[in-house]
Write a protein that binds this ligand. Structure first.
Ligand code: HSE
Length: 429
């Protein structure tokens, strides 16, 4: 057996402890598979005295994580600190500048600084790997970079945030209120340190940015993403969607349009109950990649969790151990393209619309004429009484351009019979 791969770990939270435990428990299996022993030589975390259920007695402890980057005896650094800037970014830069390999689960770091870090990694001939950053334990990035290398990809859609999927699933099954279910997701450890990253769609957008870059060979462009979270999602819409044969999911979608512009969008989405991702429930994640040679590929599995995410982190470490090399962003940074991104108002799609209206004569015909004024057509109309004076009107539009749908809603909202702000949710086929 050749020489060992010595690694240092920054961050011993849930995932860090998972990595430590699996690497210790499966030392022999992993060295048989990679042809090389992997040894943890140093760690850094916030509290040295905390009992994490792991034996750190023979491992060097450094109080300052960034010092791990200059350890002579470490070949690879695993960053599990989190955050797009600060320690994580300094550590990544210092490690790669020092010619060491860098493995991370940090989606915010890669979404925002992935291009510069990939440039640094390529310049210093180091590996920069981050499969755990997207879909936790599901090896999507490896699959896209390696398994799908012969395919042109036209679209990727994913349930990329376990917290949101858990909240929507539980609300849908039990009718419980949003805040109540969010608290449960936090108690279960799914949520980010700042849960607004989850529920406002930012975490999904970080992951989608990385996926989109890898799928389309473009520079990561987090600031081009349209982001709408699930904070305003109502149980009524989950229930109406169900009755109409749909599930609601927070989806990240990126696709290439005929004019070569890229859509990068995160929003609550109605998908048919027959869609491959419709039954991905609770904290699970799922990704659908539309490829030319292979056709559609769907991957589902645990998008978060201690051992689940550690599984992906260790797979990346093993790539370095076995000297399997890929460009960090799938192709060399020199060849990544600067895509043009389309605006959400130009999105063309079907829409679920719900209006709380006075239940009186002439309302539907007024709504129909306001839609018609903007050239918006709809296929299905459902009305359900709220009480004896008001009703919910639900419409499913034909494929329309979003700005015209929005203009129709603005006009309808101004009418006396419209009792609250209309609800608009995009439909994805
Ligand atoms: N907060 C994230 C989620 C963790 O809920 O999916 C995994 O990235």
């Amino acid at each position: 057996m050749s020489n060992k791969l010595n690694i240092a770990i920054a961050g011993l939270g849930t995932v860090g402890v998972g990595v430590f435990k699996i690497l210790t428990r499966e030392k022999e299996l992993i060295s048989r598979r990679t042809g090389r022993e992997i040894e943890i030589v140093a760690v850094s975390a916030q509290n040295k005295d905390k009992d994490r259920g792991i034996d750190l007695s023979n491992i060097q402890w450094l109080d300052n994580a960034v010092d791990l980057a200059s350890l002579d005896n470490a070949d690879l650094l695993v960053e599990l600190v989190g955050g797009s800037d600060g320690t994580a970014k300094s550590l990544a830069e210092a490690t790669l500048k020092n010619g060491k390999h860098f493995v991370t689960a940090n989606k915010a770091l890669i979404a925002k600084h992935g291009f510069n870090l990939a440039e640094l990694a390529e310049k210093n001939n180091c590996s920069l790997l981050f499969d755990a950053a997207v879909a936790g334990g599901v090896p999507v990035l490896k699959t896209i970079k390696e398994g799908l290398v012969a395919n042109n990809i036209s679209k990727i859609s994913g349930i990329l945030n376990g917290t949101c999927n858990f909240i929507i699933s539980v609300m849908s099954k039990t009718g419980r209120a949003f805040d109540d279910v969010l608290r449960e997701a936090q108690d279960k450890g799914y949520a980010e340190a700042d849960p607004s990253f989850d529920i406002d769609g930012i975490d999904t957008a970080h992951k989608l940015t990385i996926l989109s870059s890898l799928c389309f060979g473009t520079k990561p462009a987090f600031n081009k993403a349209y982001i709408e979270g699930i904070r305003n999602l109502k149980i009524e819409d989950i229930n109406f969607a169900k009755k109409l044969g749909f599930s609601i999911k927070l989806l990240g979608v990126s696709n290439i349009l005929d004019n070569k512009e890229v859509e990068l969008r995160v929003h609550p989405t109605l998908i048919s109950q027959n869609h491959e991702l419709a039954n991905v429930e609770d904290a699970l994640g799922g990704i659908k990649v539309e490829c030319d040679a292979l056709g559609p590929l769907v991957m589902t599995g645990a998008g978060a969790g201690m051992y689940e995410t550690a599984s992906s982190v260790i797979a990346d470490i093993c790539d370095v151990a076995a000297e399997r090399k890929t460009f960090p962003l799938g192709i060399s940074v020199k060849n990544l393209e600067q895509a043009g991104y389309s605006e959400i108002e130009d999105h063309s799609g079907e829409y679920y619309l719900r209006f709380e209206v006075k239940d009186e004569d002439g309302v539907l015909s007024s709504m129909a004429s306001l839609f018609s004024k903007h050239g918006v057509g709809f296929g299905k109309v459902t009305q359900e009484a709220i009480d004896d004076k008001s009703a919910n009107v639900i419409l499913l539009t034909h494929k329309e351009t979003e700005k015209y749908v929005v203009e129709s809603l603005k006009d309808i909202e101004k009418e006396d019979y419209c009792l609250s702000k209309p609800i608009m949710i995009r439909i994805e086929r």
